[in-house]
Write a protein that binds this ligand. Sequence first.
Ligand code: FES
Length: 142
Amino acid sequence: MSDNNREYSNEEITVFWKPDLCIHSEVCFRSLPRVFNPKRRPWVKVEAAETSKIIEVVDKCPAGALSYKNKNDIDENKPSDENQTKIKISKDGPAIITGNFKIINIDGSELNISGKSALCRCGASKKMPFCDGSHREINFKG
Ligand code: FES
């Protein structure tokens, strides 16, 4: 993953930002612009809203570019079916994979993914194997 990854913390959670996974859905800044504002630096301001509202918006991120960890979270206590890897095919868009998994690239390099990630189905992404939102530009159907 990229060195451009960022973390933003308040007293309750840390929000993680992985720009390589972003598909530019715009869900975050349309839902909560006082926290997620791409024109501001830093663009995530976790002290600008209640933590519950931030979590609600981060959970809507379709690609997993945004994620969070509650400072009191203990992952081992989650039920096992929540730890199961899931793949959701988006209409006219990427395959959204949620869980812990490994991607093995053509060159043999490996990426360990934890959380959510969007993989390209249209073939137009410039960030393969990840979706970069190009499916909208080519009007992908499928
Ligand atoms: S599915 Fe999004 S760029 Fe291909």
